[in-house]
Design a protein around this ligand. Structure first.
Ligand code: FES
Length: 101
């Protein structure tokens, strides 16, 4: 796992984008549980990071496609499409993501 941010630096209900190994990854804090997805929407490769979050759904800010934050699954238009997910932990030493350095 690699450290990406200080502990508690992403507030509940918020998301933040990181660039790790040349990949854009968005980390979400949903009720103090942390999730991470590839940032780029499958529609037109724009980042989902600053989209509206409702419960565990993120709405892409560009054209309103929706993804389940917990699974990465696209919820409209196309079947069996998902963004890659990563394990994330908020520990006393910081926020860590499970990805090869
Ligand atoms: S780029 Fe996300 S909905 Fe179009």
């Amino acid at each position: 796992m690699i450290k990406i941010a200080e502990r508690n630096s992403i507030k509940n209900g918020q998301s933040k984008q990181f660039e790790i190994n040349n990949k854009k990854i968005t980390v979400f804090n949903i009720e103090e549980n942390y999730y991470a997805l590839d940032s780029l929407c499958v529609h037109q490769d724009r980042p989902i990071t600053n989209g509206k979050i409702t419960n565990n759904i993120i709405e892409c800010p560009s054209h309103s496609w929706h993804y389940d934050i917990k699974t990465g699954k696209l919820l409209d238009y196309l079947n069996n499409i998902k963004l890659t997910t990563y394990n994330v932990k908020n520990t006393k030493n910081g926020i860590y993501i499970d990805i090869e350095a």
